[in-house]
Every structure is written in structure tokens, then in C-alpha cells.
Design a protein around this ligand. Structure first.
Ligand code: AFP
Length: 330
């Protein structure tokens, strides 16, 4: 089996980018160790601090954020860092060619219940000149690499460098990420959806109608049954979609008028959208393709609808202005 370095060479990935991705892979191994020690290492539970999102930081949020920052600052080819856990962009190396955005531990509310968590990362080219927040505000289509590491029963990395999406599995004996899926392909149709149903009354009408039709199953306009899953960690739900198809959505809701969206564009939606598109799927806000969004600020949030291409299209048909109550189902 090929390892990560061999696969990046085979894909003719720029040597500096390959080094950066290997740095991220090595750091994720250390994070995996910290996550797996859990209570034994005294890393569970929350700190007294809040992040820029106004969320109480878990101890592991802070620990993993520092691990990634330290590794990327030492890499030599990283110009700057944007993290869910950092209020502002972080300077790294003035000669660095890349910007890295990451969520160090996505799904951190799952930590204390020993459920799925992961690290999500996005790599952008660093523009010339002074590093500011503006340096990062590039469309998702500009990403030169994107991926996540899922700390599950096995530690797995999903990665794209624009050559499709690959899966790597960490061999605990050798500490190597080995290529276990060379060309991830999302089935165009699906019978499985992922959404936090408790927000149903806060969604826009098109999403309420779309989900209601899925729940009606055989007796509804879709005329077939659907299953539901919700891991409450985007990294876990998207991994399932990449593995067996599905549609994942965190739509806009009016539960908190000051926060109409939940997922962050730069280090959740954009990297996941690239992985999904490279695997033949689709990713939209309901009204705009995610990878074409012009970012306005690094912690910007967006609605996300992603997964099996044909099912995303059906969901988007409900959002079309001229929707007449009949879904466009092939
Ligand atoms: P945490 O990192 O705070 O646990 O949030 C995870 C997340 O950003 C994303 O990974 C999940 O899909 C989503 O939030 C779950 O949100 P709900 O808790 O509202 O279902």
C-alpha cells in the first residue's frame, strides 16, 4: 500500500505543498494520541475561556489549536494561519507560500461523550505583501488542498489536492497514513439525510418542505423511504456521505436572528465542499455554490447543503423561486 508521501509524489504535488500536508498529517497523529487518552490525560472538559464564536473552549480545543499553530509556524512554508479558536489571523513565516485555515477539533461537544471528532484544514496560496485578514478572503475554489482527519475507530484522513479525493488510514503499528481509497466517489442518488431536526420550526419554508417530503417517504412525493443520521460533528457526517452517499445540511434558521448560520465558511464549508466536489458530489448554500462564495471575513458562517449530486439538485429545486410544489426528481 502507498503511503501519503508516495501518493503526493505520484500526483506530482508541489514539493513544498507536500511537505506542508505531511506536517499536518504528523500533527494529526499527535492530536489522535491526545484525543484517545481522553480522561486519562486530564484533557476532557471545558476551560474558563470563550473563543471568538462565543463558544466555551474545551481543553482539547485549546491543546489541539496550539499543536497545529506550533507545527505550522515551524514548517517554514506557511505565511499565515486562521483558526476557529483564534480571534485574528496568526503570522507564521514571512517567506511562506501558503495560508492554512483550520478547525482544530470539529465536533468538540462530542469529546466528553467519546464520540466522533476531527481536524478540518484548508490550504490557500499566500498573496504577496503584508499578511492581513484580507489575505485569506479567497474563494474556496482557490484552495490548493483541503482535508480532514477523523479520530474514529480508526484514524482516517480524507484529502484532495485537486486530483480527486483520497482516503488514508493511519497504521497504528508504523505511524504511517496508508492510501486506502484512491478515488472516492459519492453515489449520485441516496436514501439517507443528515440534519438537526430539532431546528425544524426555525428553517426557511423550502427546507421545511424538502425535509417533510423525505420524512413522508413512500406515501409522499418522493415515493420511497429515507433514513436519517446526525453525528453532530460535520467531519463525521461528511465522512459518511463520502463513504456511502447522502445529503448533509445545516441550513439557515431564525433560532437566533444574530446567527442565521452555524457552519464556518473558511475552515468547515470550503474544505468539505472541495472534498465533496472532487468526489463527484455538490455543495451549495441553497442559493449559491459554496466554492464560489466571495468571503467577507474569516469567521463568516454559511448555510450548507452537500452530498449526492442528484439529491442536492432535488433539494435545490425546492429553493428555486418558481418552485410549484412538485420536486424535480429524475
Ligand atoms: P462543535 O465543534 O461546537 O461541537 O460544533 C460542531 C459543528 O460546528 C459541526 O461540526 C456540526 O455539524 C454542528 O456544529 C452540530 O451542530 P448542532 O450541535 O446544532 O447539531
Amino acid at each position: 500500500m502507498q503511503n501519503l508521501a508516495q501518493t503526493l509524489t505520484a500526483q506530482a504535488v508541489n514539493a513544498s505543498l507536500a511537505d506542508l500536508l505531511l506536517t499536518l498529517a504528523d500533527t494529526s497523529k499527535a492530536i489522535s494520541q491526545a484525543v484517545r487518552h481522553g480522561a486519562l490525560a486530564g484533557v476532557l472538559g471545558a476551560t474558563e475561556q470563550e473563543n471568538v464564536q462565543g463558544e466555551t473552549q474545551k481543553k482539547l480545543d485549546v491543546i489541539t489549536n496550539d499543536m497545529l499553530k506550533d507545527a505550522l509556524k515551524a514548517a517554514g512554508n506557511v505565511r499565515g494561519i486562521a483558526s476557529e479558536e483564534e480571534d485574528y489571523v496568526v503570522e507564521a513565516d514571512k517567506d511562506g507560500e501558503y495560508l492554512v485555515c483550520f478547525d482544530p477539533l470539529d465536533g468538540s461537544s462530542n469529546i466528553d461523550i467519546n464520540s466522533l471528532v476531527g481536524t478540518i484544514f484548508s490550504v490557500l496560496p499566500a498573496p504577496q505583501g503584508e499578511l492581513t485578514e484580507q489575505s485569506f478572503l479567497q474563494k474556496g475554489r482557490n484552495q490548493v488542498a483541503a482535508g480532514y482527519v477523523l479520530y474514529g475507530p480508526s484514524t482516517m484522513m480524507a484529502l484532495t489536492t485537486g486530483n480527486g479525493t483520497q482516503f488514508y488510514t493511519l497504521d497504528p503499528k508504523t505511524g504511517e497514513f496508508l492510501l486506502t481509497e484512491e478515488k472516492v466517489a459519492i453515489t449520485p442518488d441516496t436514501g439517507e439525510f443528515a440534519i438537526n431536526m430539532s431546528n425544524q420550526r426555525f428553517w426557511e419554508a423550502p427546507m421545511q418542505t424538502y425535509i417533510a417530503d423525505l420524512v413522508l417517504g413512500k406515501i409522499g412525493p418522493r415515493e420511497r423511504a429515507f433514513n436519517m443520521r446526525w453525528i453532530a460533528a460535520m467531519v463525521g457526517d461528511v465522512h459518511r456521505v463520502l463513504c456511502r452517499g447522502g445529503i448533509f445540511t445545516y441550513p439557515t434558521d431564525n433560532k437566533n436572528p444574530n446567527k442565521p448560520f452555524k457552519l464556518r465558511l473558511m475552515y468547515e464549508a470550503n474544505p468539505m465542499a472541495l472534498l465533496v466536489e472532487q468526489a463527484g458530489g455538490k455543495a451549495s448554500t441553497g442559493y449559491e455554490t459554496i466554492l464560489d462564495i466571495e468571503p467577507q471575513e474569516i469567521h463568516q458562517r454559511v448555510a450548507v447543503i452537500l452530498g449526492s449530486a442528484n439529491e442536492v439538485d432535488v433539494c435545490l429545486s425546492y429553493h428555486d423561486q418558481d418552485y410549484a410544489g412538485e420536486p424535480e426528481v429524475e
